[in-house]
Design a protein around this ligand. Structure first.
Ligand code: FES
Length: 150
């Protein structure tokens, strides 16, 4: 996969930093994240610093810097979920599977993102794993639920 990064980048005009977002989107789509190698190659292709590439990519939540896990956890920290204990769930994830937002567990089992609202506030607090929404989540229920995913 990583061998495709130069091919993606070279499709774009060198030194035209107006292409930065498009290149990042292409890399994200192909690799599933933005590897460090891609940041270096984009930087030299567009003649901008690595910190500028990283800064722009960090600004947009669509770009990830870690390879995706086998399962994706989205924890809702919107107002309703926050009030109902979303932060406790986030802390539980840290202690149970040692993961923080925008990270992937070392065994590649889970990646984690926080989201502002999953659109079902009446069911707060809500956690989404892959395509499944888990409602009225508690720390105990979350631990049990994680055990269902390999
Ligand atoms: S705030 Fe969590 S679903 Fe809306």
């Amino acid at each position: 996969m990583a061998g495709s990064i130069p091919l993606i980048i070279e499709k774009y005009e060198p030194r035209d930093k107006g292409n930065l977002i498009q290149i990042l989107q292409d890399v994200q789509r192909t690799e599933g994240y933005i590897p460090r190698e891609a940041v270096e190659k984009i930087s030299s292709h567009l003649w901008i610093s690595k910190s500028e590439v990283f800064g722009v990519a960090s600004f947009y939540s669509q770009f990830k810097f870690n390879p995706p896990g086998r399962h994706s956890i989205k924890i809702c920290l919107g107002t309703a979920c926050h009030v109902q204990g979303g932060d406790f769930l986030l802390n539980a994830l840290k202690s149970v599977i040692d993961i923080s937002p925008n990270e992937t567990t070392e065994d590649g089992r889970f990646d984690l993102d926080r989201v502002a609202c999953l659109g079902c506030c009446a069911l707060a607090p809500v956690v989404m794993i892959d395509e499944t929404i888990y409602s009225n989540m508690s720390v105990i229920k979350l631990k049990e639920t994680l055990n269902q995913y390999e």
